[in-house]
Design a protein. Structure first.
Length: 145
């Protein structure tokens, strides 16, 4: 029987995340939209008018995180925040025309990132990686879950 290979997964994940974030940050300087902002643009691209709390949950952000992100994106005229007509305490988020333009640019950027991430791997291999990364959400839930 052969010994199981030690993969140092935590180290590899950490290095991969830092390098990917640095690469994305460099791209962000060109587009002017951060990765977090792109995430909210994608959420609104699928469901314009979503409740602010639902957007936060979709991005794995707590109330302070989504609130700050929404404030920055509202100031940048990428989104609009309106009170929910059924619950005056809740807010709904809407894309502006500038936000729709930024969403289209973000989609192009995401296609480039995904192409770089998947280059040299089969669809089956990427399916396994995606399944493994997705499982992290249930194996290591947020503290409030």
């Amino acid at each position: 029987m052969t010994a199981r290979r030690e993969h140092r997964l935590v180290f590899l994940l950490s290095v991969a995340q830092r390098r990917l974030q640095r690469w994305i940050a460099a791209q962000t300087q060109q587009s002017g939209v951060t990765a977090a902002q792109s995430g909210l643009l994608f959420v609104l691209g699928q469901r314009d008018g979503v409740l602010m709390g639902e957007a936060g949950a979709a991005l794995d952000l707590g109330p302070p995180g989504i609130s700050g992100l929404v404030d920055r994106m509202t100031s940048a005229n990428l989104i609009r925040r309106r009170a929910d007509p059924d619950d005056g305490r809740a807010w709904r988020l809407w894309l502006t025309p500038a936000g729709r333009t930024a969403l289209a640019q973000s989609k192009t950027g995401l296609a480039e990132i995904n192409a770089r991430l998947t280059d040299g791997f089969t669809d089956a291999e990427i399916d396994v990686v995606a399944r493994w990364l997705t499982s992290m959400q249930s194996r290591f839930p947020r503290e409030d879950e």
